[in-house]
Structure formats: C-alpha cells, structure tokens
Design a protein around this ligand. Structure first.
Ligand code: GAL
Length: 966
C-alpha cells in the first residue's frame, strides 16, 4: 500500500529551497488573523477542493494551536511517543485541522508577467500540512518549527483569493519531533505572502569575521543575485558584496557588547536591510574562543512557551524573555529543541546573547524500544534529517548571535546525524557543530553532556574523563572544549548545587559553562471551581499516557515571574565577584568575558542589625576582564551588634536591557559579629522556676502540658509545640527520577510519620526538662530530643538537644528542627537573617543578610506542583505578629531556618495543585537547625555529600518571648 503523504518519511513536496530570513522592502501581505477552522478526527481526505459551507466554520486565530482554542486538548509526554512506535505510520485517530481563509490581494501586487514570483510562507505548522491556493494543491511539508515556502504567483487572482491548509496532528515527522513538551498542533507561527520582484535577492549569506589581533573586520556577503552592498558607517558604498572587505578598527560583536552595523544589500528589484555583527568563532587548543577569547556560557535552555498561547509567541513575549535573561546575568541560550521564531534571534543579536541554534529533531522515544528503528540511523530518514538541518542553518545563518549549530536533541546515534554534521561543516565552516547524544563526539566540535555530576565534570575539566569507545575517538574528544548543554534541572524547588558547578567552570578552562534546564515552566492556566487560578500539567487533560509535572521545570513560573532558582542563578553567575580583599579593602573580580568594569558604579552600605547606618560610593578602577581591583574601603562607622557591609555593582548608565541602577552583582562582608555570640544561660531578668499549678506547669510566661511537656501558652498566646519535627513535603528533586531518590528512602523509613513518646517531663535545676523519644514505626531507630526550658519574667529559653539512637546507615533526614502552631492572625513576619527570598543549604547564594518583613502569604513560593518551599535561612531572630504588632518573637543560636504557613507539611505534600492548599485556622511554624540540600535529582545528581543532612547529635537554643509594637 502506498504511504499517505503524512506518513512520508521524506521532508515533503512542492516547496522552495530553504533560504535566509530577510528584512526586505518587497511587498508582503500578512495572512495572520482569524481563519475558518474545523477539526476532524482522522486524516481521511474529504472531497478534494473546497466545502461550500466553510465560511460557516468556527474561527480560530493564526498563529495558534487548536488545542488552546477550544478544539481537542493538550497532552504531555516527555520521552514516550503518545502513539505506537510503528514508524513511519501513525494511528487512524489523527486529529486533523482544516483551515481556510480568503484574502484580498492589494491592487499593485507584482505579477508573473512582471517577472515576479509570489511565495506563500509558513514559519511553523505542527506537524504536517498540505496546502492549496484557490483550490490548487501546492504540496505538503513536515518539520514543525521550520519555514516552508510555496510558489503561488501563477495561481493568484486580482482581488479575492482563498488559501486552505489541512494540518495533521500526527505524521511521520512526529517521530522526529519527540521533544519534552506539550503536543500542540496547528499553524502556530506566521503565514505571509511575499512578493519576489524580478532580480530579487533570494538568498544571502553574511560572513563578518573579526581578526582580534589587529581589530580588523573582514566582510563578505554571498548573494544569489548580483547585488551591491553599503555599510555607511564603515565607508562602504555600493561595493561588491563578495569583497572581501577588510575594515580596520571594527568594534566586534559579543553577547556583552552586541555591536551591530547597519547595512543594505540592493539589487535592481529589492533592498534587504542587514545588521552585521563582526566576530570570529574558533575551537583552538581545546578551547572554544570568540574573538580570540575563551568564553563561559552562563546559559539557559529555552523552549518557546506562553501560558495561553503555547508555542505561538508574540514578539513582546520574546523581548520579555531576552530582557529577563539579560537582567539575570544570563549570557547564552540553547534554543531547545528547535529553531525559535526568527524574531527571537533578532533580539539575541540586538541585546546580546550567545545562541546555540538547535535543529528541530528529537527521536528520544526510540530509546523505549532499545533504539530499534531509530530514524537518525535509518537511510529512509536521511533526506528528512538533512532537510531539517538545512532549513535551520539556511534560515538563521546571518545571525551573529549564533555560535554553534546543534543537530538536535536526544536522538541516539547514527549515520544521519553524521551526515547532518558533515553538511554543516561544508555549508558553514565558520561555526562549530554541537550534538550531545553521541557521547563519543566523533563528528562534533565540542564535547557536550547533560546532567553530568560535579565529580564527572571535574574529571572532564582535567581532561581525565573515562575514555571514548576507540582510541581515535578518544583523542578527538579529549581535545575538545566541554559544555553542559543541560544541567541543574530547575524543576520545582531548586536547583541546588549551582555554585559548585560554577566553581568548576571557573577553575578548569576546558569547562566552558552550561545551560540550565530550563527557562520556563510550561504550565497551562486553569481555574478551580471557586475561580482561583492554577497551572495545569501533564495528566490534567485526561491524557492516558503522560509525565505529570515534569513539564514544570523552569527558572520562570508559567506567568514569567522569576523563581527563586533564577534569582540564585543570577547571583551564582554574576560577572562581578565581590569578596573580602586585603585588610581595609574589598576585592572586585571582573568575570566578564570581554568587558571592563567601566560601565558599573559601586556603592556600599553598612547595616547594623539590618538597619542602614552609613552608605557611600566606591571608586573602582576600570579593571580588565580576568583581573581584579582592591579599592580601599572608606572609614566605616562604629557599630554595635551584628553589622555587615554590602557592596553593590550597579549599571552606571542605562543599557538597552536595563536602566541605570540595575544591580548586576553584590557581596557582603562582616563588620562586627553577633553579640552575644552565645547567650547567657538565663533568658532575661528575674529568672523563674517551674511550678506545677492546676492542669499546667508554669514557667515564666509559659504554660506547659504536664503529660506531654508541650508548651501550650506563651503569655497571652495559645501555642502548640514546639516539638521535634523532621518531615518536609518532598521536593521534585527529593523525589528524583531514580531509585536512589532520597524521598523514597525517607518514606520507606517512615520519616513522614514519626511518633513521639514523652519519657519524662519534670523540673530539674530550676528548669523544666522534657525528654522524648521520636521514632518511626517498625524500626528501632530514634531521635532522642531533650527540651530544657528555662524562664524569666518575660521570656522562655529552650535548649534543645538531639541525640541519635540506632544505626541510621546512609539514611538522611529531610530536616531537623521544631514545629509549632500559633494563632492564624500572627501572619506578619519580620526577621534578621538571610533573605528576602527562600533559601536552602545548597541554594543560598542569592540570600543576603538583612532585616526583612513579609506577610505569610508572600513567604510561600507557588511551585506549580506544591512542595517544600519558602524556607528562610539563618535567622538570628524572627517575629510573628498580628497587624497591630502583637505576637511572638523567637531568637536563636545558631541562626535558625524557618517557615510560616497556613498549612502543614502534610497538606503541602498531599496537594497536587496550588489551589488544593486550603488555609487552616492556625499558622504552622518550623524553626530548624538544618535541612537536607536540594540538589537537582529530578534529573541529575542529588544534593552533594556536604549538603546531605546526616543524622547526628545537635543543639539549638531559642528564646521565645511575646512581641509588642514599637
Ligand atoms: C533532557 C532533555 C530535555 C528534558 C530534560 C528533563 O534529557 O533533553 O528535553 O526532557 O531532560 O526535563
């Protein structure tokens, strides 16, 4: 049986060769807007031609995905194909969208008689489509995120014309498009009619090299038609584009200083505006160099995502992404896992981001069947594979921001990949080729991996990694620079361990940085019955096969609010490092790849107990990249109590991506330490002794339950607890992807259901001492918690000591601390410690020491899938008050971590969406000595050994006292 066209493993028929995107003055007509639409359940062809009643069909916006406009629903799988692996066939159930629209051709269109052509251009249609103009079939195409153009000049009529498109959700192409994202279909990028005048410029290829030793730019432009080139700023007027034109004194293009030169390429029929960036890329001596210098990628993987529009992004959203990246010190993007909308690349050129442009190719689902039949190794798919990389490179080749071509993602190994790499090397020898999936790296120019552990990355940094499969391949690979094209899986709370990776990237020159997975959570807004908004993920649309919230693993929440992970990344990759210098100085390290510090202004502030007492500016010399300055500090004021000096590097003037004053980096240095370093043994004046009276034990302002020894009241405040508590709602990273997931071990050991036994609760040496044994069921492991309460007139002191009992083996604890409840009205929180955002032991670089105030709701981080969040670290003290300022004050030694929530850790654990969390009538506080680190075990290494919470004997001292206004 002949294959229907949508099962054709080839690239399609009837379209034009790929060519560069151009900003041309030739007439163009956008066909974006409302089209007529209907969805059919199968691909079965209706009668050819046009249905009479199509003008009564529904309307649907183009660009868009039909599943997000009321037809069908989204579905999410990561690796698995949501249809049988039966290439190139697809199921009969193949939702097919029929689109039609009429358009009026402008009066003065260019006709074939004038030697002109007209192209009907589709920037992106998911996944395979057939197209007709005025009833004539033009052809069919696959390659969802690739542009296709059909010549239609001969079919156009003056006035009204009709275009019809049938789009199939599934096609042979779907086997090549198994990216980890929502399956969403339709005409999701622009549709345009382009007039191509006689002697127009079908294609052009700008080569703008930079000789860093001399500062000379070398420009040559290949054109499909004879043309002339002008670059007024460089004194080039109507010159032969082929050049080469050597121009001294060029300002090169870099992500840090994206210098573009405007140019015009003209033929008798057309002018094309160019924005030229001069730069050189080379892999030399085992390093990737741009303009002669080693660079470090501080990157992210970016899928195109808009919570309402899916992958149909508008330019404003693209710009928002670019600005957010720039403002968070990100310097690079991998366009995972397909070429983005072309406008995004213009923005990268303009604002400065290094780009790895990735081909629209992923066959990951074949891994499920042992890679049998993998299209990247089967000759019948070679044409499609080559077509895909050609369409990627040809469309995007003129962007200075693109440093590397990436063949695709997670497509196994195979001859077609090798052929794609060879094609790239021939067509564009100036750009290195990237592909991660073949660890031997025989046909690529950088060694790339994903989620390699710190340990392995370090070995690679030393060029001491395990050998490749043959000595020859090993020799090739060992001489390559290294990047992590994905690392630090930003799913839910995390990633942890970023700073340790960054240290490696800075220590070993071979390690040229990485790209965090990933930029944004692909959540889809939905409403709970009461109208509150939540973000849906896999499984929420009734998909029989899905991968749950693995789709929500970005540094941005779906609405593009930065997550704590992004704020952490911003700090870890800050291009300026501010630390203690020689006595009386501060050390300022320039970690830019190219820029001096001249564009920054430096300020300092001294805070005493978090309150600013002095500030000023700091004169920092220009300081070249890789160098450091040690400016002298001014005379600092005398302070009492704990004081810190904060030095900030801010933009001295406006930059295109942020205004003057935007903070690029900061550092803190201690001025005076905490006093008292260790508290006195009594919590205040007028020491009290425990007294048994009525139903409670009284001690200072405290009232205790004599049976359990738990605190019931503090002054006027009814409280419950504090008592030993170790559970946290596992994070996605705790749950991990592997058997080694820490949460699995915690649950197996019953750490989520500890039982408390009060061994004794009695007065002892003027204190009230409560001894407890806290243990999970079915084991003889235990934590022995002794609460030693001492009191004064106004306050209580708790000395908590914890001893471990039994053999805990390698088991870790989620946290170690206390839980207590207080009245729900005490929801105004202030503290002196690390903040303002949440932090954990391996994700706390972005937290600074200061005095902060937030209400309880603002302390929560709304991860798409609820989990442990909102921890504030190292508080010296915290107050929990009502709006009049009355409530509870807690002070701790050492500094303690805390959370304050309207629900319990168990509620948080049980919730599947943010709207499942219902406020209880108490406030739940945790006051902790320590937490297990976060790591990035949801896809990658768990918390590093030094960030594991190993059960061990521990001590925590807290003072509790009533807080009053003023
Ligand atoms: C990688 C893959 C990404 C994404 C990530 C996990 O293996 O390349 O597309 O699936 O894992 O979120």
């Amino acid at each position: 049986m002949d294959l229907p066209y949508y099962e054709d493993p080839g690239p399609g028929t009837g379209f034009e060769p790929a060519r560069a995107t151009a900003r041309s003055n030739a007439p163009a007509l956008s066909l974006n807007g409302n089209w007529r639409f209907r969805l059919r359940p199968t691909a079965a062809d209706p009668a050819p031609g046009f249905d009479a009643d199509w003008e009564n069909w529904d309307e649907i916006p183009v660009p868009g995905h039909w599943q997000l406009h009321g037809h069908g629903s989204p579905a999410y799988t990561n690796v698995r194909y949501p249809f049988p692996v039966d290439p190139p066939h697809v199921p009969d159930e193949n939702p097919t969208g029929e689109y039609r629209r009429a358009f009026d051709l402008p009066e003065h269109w260019l006709w074939p008689e004038q030697g002109a052509r007209t192209l009907l251009r589709f920037e992106g249609v998911d996944s395979c489509f057939r197209v007709w103009l005025n009833g004539e079939l033009l052809g069919h195409a696959a390659g969802s995120r690739l542009a296709h153009e059909f010549e239609v000049g001969r079919l156009l009529r003056p006035g009204r014309n009709t275009v019809a498109v049938r789009v199939h959700q599934w096609s042979a192409g779907s086997y090549l498009e198994d990216q980890d994202m929502w399956w969403l279909s339709g005409i999701f990028r622009d549709v345009t009619l382009l007039a191509r005048p006689r002697a127009s410029l079908d294609d052009h290829f700008v080569h703008a090299g930079y000789e860093h030793a001399t500062g000379t730019g070398v420009l040559r432009v290949e054109t499909s038609t004879p043309a002339v080139l002008s670059v007024p700023e460089l004194g080039l007027h109507r010159v032969d584009p082929a050049g080469p034109h050597r121009v001294p004194g060029i300002q090169p293009w870099s992500a840090e200083e994206p210098r573009l030169y405007d140019a015009v390429l003209s033929t008798p029929g057309e002018t094309v505006d160019l924005r030229i960036g001069f730069r050189s890329i080379a892999v030399e001596d085992g390093l990737l160099r741009v303009n002669g210098r080693r660079i470090v990628f501080r990157g992210v993987n970016r899928h195109e995502w808009h919570p309402e529009q899916g992958r149909a992004l508008d330019r404003a959203t693209m710009l928002r992404d670019v600005l957010l990246m720039k403002r968070h010190n990100i310097n690079a993007v991998r366009t995972s896992h397909y070429p983005p909308h072309p406008d995004f690349l213009d923005l990268c050129d303009q604002y400065g981001l290094w780009v790895i442009d990735e081909c629209d190719l992923e066959t990951h689902g074949f891994e499920e069947v042992g890679w049998r039949g993998n299209p990247t190794d089967d000759p019948i798919w070679q044409e499609a594979c080559l077509d895909r990389i050609e369409r990627t490179v040809e469309r995007d080749k003129n962007h200075p921001s693109i440093l590397l071509w990436s063949l695709g993602n997670e497509s196994g190994t195979g001859q077609n990949l090798e052929a794609m790499a060879a094609w790239c090397h021939t067509r564009d020898p100036e750009r290195p080729v990237h592909y991660e999936g073949d660890w031997d790296s025989p046909y690529v120019d950088v060694y790339s991996r994903m989620y390699a552990s710190h340990e392995e990355v370090e070995a690679i940094g030393r060029r001491a990694e395990a050998p490749a499969s043959t000595p020859e391949r090993d020799a090739h690979r060992r001489a390559l620079p290294f990047i992590q094209c994905e690392y630090a899986h930003a799913m839910g709370n995390g990633p942890g361990g970023l700073t340790e990776y960054q240290d490696l990237f800075e220590r070993y020159e071979r390690l040229q940085g990485g790209f965090v997975w990933e930029w944004i959570d692909h959540g889809i807004p939905r409403h709970a019955p009461d109208g509150t908004l939540y973000h849906a993920y896999g499984g929420d649309f009734g998909e029989p096969l899905h991968d749950g919230n693995f789709i929500a693993d970005g540094l941005l929440f779906p609405d593009r609010t930065p997550s704590p992970g992004l704020v952490e990344y911003q700090k870890v990759i800050a291009p300026v490092r501010i630390t203690a210098g020689r006595p009386g100085t501060v050390r300022i390290d320039n970690r830019y790849d190219f820029r001096s510090l001249a564009h920054l202004a430096f300020t300092w502030t001294v805070e005493q107990e978090g309150i600013p007492v002095a500030h000023g500016t700091l004169a920092v010399p220009e300081t070249a990249t890789g160098e450091y300055a040690e400016p002298a500090l001014p005379q600092l004021p005398d302070t009492v109590g704990e004081s810190w000096l904060t030095v900030r590097a801010v933009l001295a003037g406006d930059q295109p991506w942020a205004e003057a004053g935007h903070e690029v980096a900061w550092g803190q240095l201690p001025v005076t330490g905490r006093t008292p370093a260790v508290p006195d043994s009594t919590p205040g004046p007028a020491p009290a002794r425990p007294r048994r009276g009525g139903t409670a034990v009284a001690l200072g302002p405290g009232r205790f339950d004599p049976a359990s020894g738990l605190l019931l009241r503090l002054g006027e405040l009814p409280v419950d607890g504090p008592r030993l508590d170790i559970w946290r709602a596992p994070t996605d990273n705790d749950r991990g992807g592997q058997e080694l997931a820490v949460a699995r071990a915690w649950l197996a050991a019953g750490l989520d259901r500890m039982r408390h036994r009060t061994v004794a609760a009695e007065p002892e040496d003027g204190a009230y001492v409560v001894r407890t044994r806290v243990a999970p069921a079915a084991t003889d492991l235990a934590l022995l918690a002794t609460y030693r309460w001492s009191g004064a007139e106004e306050s209580l002191r708790l000395d908590l000591s914890v001893e471990t009992e039994g053999d805990w083996g390698g088991l870790t604890l989620p946290r170690l601390g206390l839980r207590m409840t207080v009245p729900a009205v005490l929801d105004q929180v202030a503290w002196f410690g690390l903040g303002p955002g949440e932090s954990y032991r391996d994700s706390r670089q972005a937290a600074r020491i200061g005095r902060f105030a937030l209400d309880v709701d603002a302390l929560q981080t709304p991860y798409v899938m609820p989990q442990e969040n909102g921890n504030r670290s190292d508080a010296r003290w915290a107050t929990f008050t009502d709006t009049s300022g009355h409530g509870l004050r807690v002070e701790g030694w050492p500094g303690f971590d805390f959370t304050a929530r309207r629900w319990t850790a168990e509620d948080l654990d049980a919730a599947r969406h943010t709207t499942d969390l219902k406020p209880r009538d108490r406030l739940y506080l945790t006051l902790d000595l320590a937490h297990q680190g976060i790591g990035s075990g949801s896809c990658g290494p768990a918390a590093l050994p030094q960030h594991k919470l190993i059960p061990a004997d521990a001590l925590l001292t807290l003072h509790f006292s009533p807080e009053r206004p003023g």
